[in-house]
Design a binder for this molecule. Sequence first.
Ligand SMILES: [Zn+2]
Length: 536
Amino acid sequence: MHSIVVRNGTMIDGTGDPGVPMDLAIDGAKIAGLYRQSEAKGTMVIDASGFIVCPGFIDIHSHSDIHLLSNPQAHSKIHQGVTTELVGNCGGSAAPLMGSARTALAVVARELLVDLDWTSMDEYLLRLHNLRTSVNVATLVGSETVRRCVLGDGDIKPDPEQLAHMQRLVADAILQGAFGISSGLIYAPGCYASTEELVALASTSASLGGIYASHIRGEGSTLVKAVAEAITIGREAHTRVEISHHKACGTSNWGKVNETIRMIEAARSEGIDVAFDVYPYTASSTALDTILPPWAREGGKEKTLERLADGVTRDRIIKELQTKSDSWEAIAAETDWDSIVLVDFKTPENKKFENRSVLDISRELGKRPVDAALDIIVQESMQVSGIFHEINEDDVVTVIQNPLSSIGSDGCAETPYGPGCESATHPRAYGTFPRVLRHYVLEKKALSLEDAIRKMTSWPAERIGLRDRGVLAKGMAADVVVIDPKEVRDVATFDNPHRFPEGVKYVIVNGAVTIENGKHTKERAGQVIRHKAAIA
Ligand SMILES: [Zn+2]
């Protein structure tokens, strides 16, 4: 007698092979076997007639690091069929936490009612393990986090001793379980890292078997240069490279993904293992202060706010915002202020601006849009985000269709119930995986169902280095999703983001049924997955 038998479904095993009618048996936390028309008996039997049975989705680009401690049931992810999240992306991880790395996380931790009661990667992963989450979690170590631990928030070049210290922190984190390193080169102080510094840190990571995942230095006018830098880091550090949320922002850059994908393919034929991930939306989202030039963000929040308060410096910032720049992303120079929508306000006075465009807000305030944006950055003490409608749908199709892309949400495990739910958010936190199936597979026919599922399962598992997840086969972890292809769709929208998708019937995590008939069972059977360097 098996613990669970999933019967009569069409099995899509995650490898990209065509779906076949097959029954799946689970014993404990592992897949016990796959059978054609079996007589296998189970304590629980799930009738999957008319449904697809596939491996649990692996979200290769997640920012749930702190959210999972506040929302261990991982509502917005598990409802999509996500069973594993890779956190620690875009240069920022939850550990190690020293100096300004701790200060930087304190705001979001306070908001989500999380105590930052750890220092090392080991302690953070233990904290997750003891809490128990509904999804499995793996992490990267952030290069910006490590930089903050050693150098603080300034535009500083590390001396050899400081660089060696940073490399030691990277090695420690990987030896304690991180799967590699990430960078976020539009954020401060991450953006002050030179290519050489990143090569040094990525080399340390690669020597222990880790990957280098990067939110590259620019995704607009500097996109091509930024992809070239990621490839250089791959070549010089002998590391696998994952280019995060690959896209081209701003109308004058649309179409450049064709060129960058050619560059990536050329690098691969040279022997550099580069690939990328993508989310299925034409809007990005990040902190609004990323529109400021890097020099204006140097030294941390207080210094940035001082510059915005000083008339002369503020004028210089505005001037640069209005001029196209080759050295950084002058987003505002090519973005229409109507396409930047502001979300996640913290001050009660500004709550009325939630989910409205900068242009709209500026009209109500009787100010120029650039002044409205800068004033809001100051009033919100930099804790406000923008949703930037700046990506071309044809580019999303190009990136999603390429066999090298994985699907990653770039979102957090959010909840419509707890802290943070009154703020708007990017719908990707709730809709990414069902949206790929509904919009890009079933409606646009840009991908086959088997290809799409491969991009959500075995391919990201291979990129990260997860050995026993991402494929339905005997002995693999029993992370399984049962989907109704007639019903599956994302329901979260930009106007109404906190909504669960439809058609995701069952989600099984390590053999525990966590979504049953579309409802959360409150199971928390997720595991903290540590890199093999830690286990050895
Ligand atoms: Zn990013």
